[in-house]
Design a protein around this ligand. Structure first.
Ligand code: GDP
Ligand code: ZN
Length: 450
């Protein structure tokens, strides 16, 4: 049997590539019951029940056996009919099953296409859709918990609440536009500015939480400067504490500068080691170095690590001279245990200085606290939902419009217009007011099968 479907049936391997106990293929489209019957050799699945079955080829021979789940729309992830095939998790088996789905009329799903359909079918709003990826990509348990909160609508709920209050206020303000001679008195009597300031305060609270959430998601970028043997690796391990330090090479080339990822109190910290930033004629190395300099441009802080007994060497001075001037620097004088010094935090020559021992961990907490304070992390991630720079930007713009509205409220037309613009900015977060090309960018960052 060869069933032809509207081009809108999509299929993808949803589990990670490689071998695994179980591999899942996900299919989404309209009217997929005949599809389900074809692939199970004629069985009719009961909605939302696991059906143990052979998955069969066009000639009726078995390709694999496993479980089939059938979720008729709209009660499914995408809002359309969804079929999940849980087969054996081998790459060859899964490829055969996927090919069979294509044969039955599905096409390969694009990255994020399932979630995009969920968004378009109102199963979730844009902030929730983004948190699907953030949950998958979460670098720490706190980030994962925050992403799940956003996925379940905690962040969107705050935004909706704000939008609702804005709409109520807008109705009030726009009503007065029809009676220009009484407008100011009317707005005064209705306490329009009081209502506006309550909304502004609520927005500020949401902004503070979202900022913490964005920090948990994006983490901070640290440029590490230091001679060999001053204790860079030891310091990274000391900062990471019990949490496993994950050492990663940038994909592609082993000669690229090594970047390390550690967690400091659940905040992901991306460390760029400037040891790789030397002059070279090697083309591949040059590309890596170029990329590292670009990362340096975007960094939050430079950590300058020296052996406290040696001080700042000429090599270190040379690197410092090439760092962007705006980049804050924290000087770390390491190995105080060898000099018999006590840990301390201070300022020398206008720079922050920390004296510590990466070996004994004395003073490491002082540095940790300084680093987290630098990016504005408040330590307590309880109740924080994950957010993105995109969201913060929208909140900032909404705030600016509300501030203009507050300053200009006696010019009722401006007042009304600024409220409208604030509402639009907030609606970009949940996707009610979002350009198509932005949607394209957001969903293209998903993995295939999500
Ligand atoms: P890197 O080359 O800059 O990464 O330096 P490492 O972290 O590999 O450390 C070089 C050597 O210095 C190792 O033998 C460390 O055990 C030692 N070391 C690092 N920090 C300290 C410290 O604070 N005190 C002492 N006594 N030794 C340290
Ligand atoms: Zn090292």
């Amino acid at each position: 049997m060869n069933l032809s479907y509207a081009p809108s049936t999509i299929a993808a391997i949803a589990t990670a590539p490689g071998r695994g106990g179980v591999g899942v293929i996900r299919v989404s489209g309209r009217d997929l019951l005949p599809f389900a019957q074809a692939i199970s050799g004629g069985k009719t699945p009961k909605p939302r029940y696991a059906l143990y079955t052979d998955f069969v080829a066009a000639d009726g021979s078995a390709l694999d056996n496993g479980l089939m789940l059938f979720f008729p729309g709209p009660r499914s992830f995408t809002g359309e009919d969804v079929i999940e095939l849980q087969g054996h998790g081998g790459p060859v088996v899964l490829r055969m099953l996927l090919a069979r789905c294509i044969e039955l009329g599905a096409r390969h799903a694009e990255p994020g296409e399932f979630t995009r359909r969920a968004f378009l079918n109102d199963k979730m709003d844009l902030a929730q859709a983004e948190s699907v990826v953030d949950l998958i990509d979460a670098a720490s348990e706190t980030a994962a918990r925050g992403a799940l909160k956003s996925l379940k609508g905690a962040f969107s709920g705050e935004i909706h609440q704000l939008v609702d209050e804005l709409i109520t206020l807008r109705m009030l303000v726009e009503a007065t536009l029809d009676f220009p001679e009484e407008d100011i008195d009317f707005l005064k009597a209705a306490d329009a500015t009081g209502k506006l300031s309550a909304i502004r305060q609520r927005l500020s609270r949401v902004q503070a939480t979202a900022r913490q959430g964005a920090i948990l998601r994006e983490g901070m970028h640290v440029v590490l400067v230091g001679e060999p043997n001053v204790g860079k690796s030891s310091l990274m391990n000391a900062l990471a504490g019990d949490e496993v330090a994950i050492v990663t090479d940038i994909a592609g080339t082993t000669r690229d500068t090594v970047r390390e990822e550690i967690l400091i109190d659940e905040v992901p910290v991306h460390v760029i080691d400037t040891a790789g930033l030397r002059d070279t004629d090697d083309v591949v190395e040059k590309i890596g170095i170029e990329r590292t300099w670009q990362a340096v441009e975007r960094a939050d802080v430079a950590l300058v690590l020296v052996d406290g007994r040696e001080g700042i060497t000429a090599n270190v001075e040379a690197i410092l001279a090439r760092l962007p001037e705006r980049l804050p620097r924290i000087f770390v004088f390491n190995k105080i245990d060898l000099a018999g010094e006590a840990p301390r935090l201070g300022e020398e020559d206008g720079h922050e200085v920390v004296h510590l021992s990466a070996a004994t961990h004395a003073g490491v907490d002082l540095l940790k606290a300084r680093l987290l304070a630098l990016i504005g992390f408040q330590g307590d991630a309880e109740g924080v939902f994950l957010a993105r720079e995109r969201h913060l930007d929208a909140i900032r713009r909404a705030g600016a419009h509300l501030d203009t509205a507050a300053a200009e409220w006696q010019q009722v037309e401006i007042f009304a217009e600024e409220l409208r613009l604030a509402q639009n900015a907030l609606s970009e977060i949940t996707g009610e007011f979002t350009a198509d090309d932005l949607l394209g960018v957001i969903f293209s960052r998903f993995c295939i099968g999500k």
